[in-house]
Design a protein around this ligand. Structure first.
Ligand code: NAD
Length: 486
């Protein structure tokens, strides 16, 4: 069968890569190639940067209200094409179609809509200095921005960067993950339909070392916004620092999920299942280390394992599937190797840990792993320190607030945390003590797009979301006017 070839989107045109070469795009649920991704290189990046540079004077001078109208139009088109986009995302990524339909795609539209409206309310600043001078701050778009995104929430994370960058008047060269390129390629069509001027958004498909690196190194790209793994983030920082680029890095996590004995246990179990296994555990915010207060440890484990066993693993396209496939063979092998390591480190597997015994004929070669619950591991072992990014969770008992705060803060990461308790004072104390960009109390992944989002320690540099994102993509310039004495 001839597979559909995805195109790059450069200067308003859909075009093949300069090399003429393509990579197989694999459907994780079947393990088979179903489309072809451009294997682009620095020549395609060069064209895209030129197109973005040519479009910058016009787009940056376009009134914000007009930019907002175009972005709102893109949001409307995403909503209108919800089913097609969700199907593309599910096939590309292996996630349940129900998840793509209820979360990824609606939130992508919400990102465009949110930044389209927030740019209209972007505050400007002025300061009076002792009646001797007035300062005001201009915030101009920075030029051509490079946007690099991962495979776990493909359209959502791409739109989270594209929307604020375009809203304040930058033009872009974006590189989606080569593992999940399909929704970005559909987005290009929607941008054309919405009337986004040529060259304002350019999408170059291909690998990190060829396309991503060429974007980061390019002298005409002063801003780079990256979401992905911590090791890749280090490499990007190494390249960008001597070139004095402004960078935002949203990186990995090893998030604690802390359950005190006074919590509503049924809700804590239900939401902990979601935070452990949503998208097969491939969400940067997943709570992969659960800490449970000693008094309810046995009870929690019983309920948690019982609920985990009820999750239906299988074809992501079936409407009752809770757990789809992992995104790739590489990710599948990596997660299995961590499950082996857990046992070497002395962990006891309470459920999961294997490939599911029965899968439909279509999914026989897909990358499926049962949701896996592991106990009896110390908090400093590799399984409890390294990001696995799969359906694997550990559960550890604790006795005191001090002890669990130490466990929570014991990794290099600091992206997010959840705390479950009815004691308001304790909730505030824990929130203050945990080193992470977000602390949820009695909930998980409840998002308000206005709040700063990002990680501490090795989970990232900078914050996205709300005004932070609009500010990131602008260059502040202070103008100081002396008030003449009479
Ligand atoms: P990755 O770092 O392998 O790839 C991310 C993107 O970077 C891809 O588009 C890839 O092609 C590109 N890339 C790879 N090498 C590059 C290089 N040398 N120069 C420039 N670009 C390069 O990450 P992944 O496996 O796609 O995604 C999973 C990771 O992303 C996990 O660690 C997860 O925690 C993290 N993540 C973080 C957040 C967050 O908001 N903090 C959100 C989602 C995912």
């Amino acid at each position: 069968m001839k597979h559909k070839k995805i195109d790059n989107y450069i200067a308003g045109q859909l075009r093949p890569p300069a090399s003429g070469d393509y990579l197989n795009n694999i459907e994780p649920a079947t393990g088979k190639a179903y489309s072809l991704v451009p294997d682009s290189d620095e020549r395609d990046v060069e064209l895209a940067v030129q197109a973005a540079g040519d479009a910058f004077p016009g787009w940056s001078k376009t009134p914000a209200a007009h930019r907002a109208r175009v972005l709102t139009h893109v949001a409307d088109l995403i909503d209108e094409n919800l089913d097609a986009l969700a199907l593309a995302e599910s096939v590309d990524n292996g996630k349940p179609l129900t998840l793509a339909t209820s979360l990824d795609i609606p939130r992508s539209a919400a990102n465009f809509r949110f930044f389209a409206s927030s740019v209209l309310h972007f505050r400007s600043e002025s300061h009076a200095t002792d009646n001797t001078a007035i300062n005001y701050t201009l915030r101009n778009p920075r030029g051509v921005a490079g946007i690099i995104s991962p495979w776990n929430l493909p359209l959502y994370l791409l739109s989270w960067k594209i929307a604020p960058a375009l809203a304040v008047g930058n033009t872009l060269v974006a590189k989606p993950s080569e593992i999940t390129p399909m929704t970005a390629s559909l987005l290009a069509n929607l941008c054309i339909e919405a009337g986004l001027p040529d060259g304002v958004l350019n999408i170059v498909h291909g690998t990190g070392p060829k396309v991503g690196a060429a974007i980061v190194e390019h002298p005409a790209v002063p801003t780079v916004s990256f979401t992905g793994g911590t090791i890749t983030g280090q490499e990007i920082a190494r390249t960008a620092a001597p070139l004095f680029k402004k960078i935002s890095l949203e990186l990995g996590g090893k998030n604690p999920n802390i359950i005190f004995a006074d919590a509503d246990i049924d809700t804590a179990v239900r939401e902990s299942i979601r935070s452990s296994f949503a998208n097969q555990g491939q969400v940067c915010l997943c709570g992969s280390r659960i800490f449970v207060e000693q008094a309810i440890y046995d009870q929690f484990i019983l309920k948690f394992v019982e609920e985990t066993k009820r999750l239906k693993i299988g074809d992501p396209l079936e409407s009752d599937t809770n757990q789809g496939a992992l995104v790739s063979q590489v990710q599948y092998a990596k997660v299995l190797s961590y499950i082996d390591l857990a046992q070497t480190e002395g962990g006891r597997i309470l459920c999961g840990g294997e490939r599911p015994a029965s899968l439909s004929a279509r999914c026989q070669d897909g990358y499926f792993i049962e949701p896996t619950v592991i106990v009896d591991l110390p908090s400093n072992c590799r399984i409890n320190q390294e990001e696995i990014f799969g359906p694997v969770v550990t559960i550890t008992p604790f006795a005191t607030e001090d002890e669990v705060a130490t466990y929570a803060n014991s990794t290099d990461y600091g992206l997010s945390a959840s705390v479950w308790t009815k004691d308001v004072g304790r909730a505030h104390r824990m929130a203050e003590r945990i080193d992470s960009g977000t602390v949820w109390v009695n909930c998980w992944m409840l998002r308000d797009l206005r709040v700063p989002f990002g990680g501490m320690k090795h989970s990232g540099v900078g914050r996205e979301g709300g005004e932070e994102a609009l500010r990131f993509f602008t260059e502040p310039k202070n103008v100081c006017i002396k008030i003449p004495e009479s």
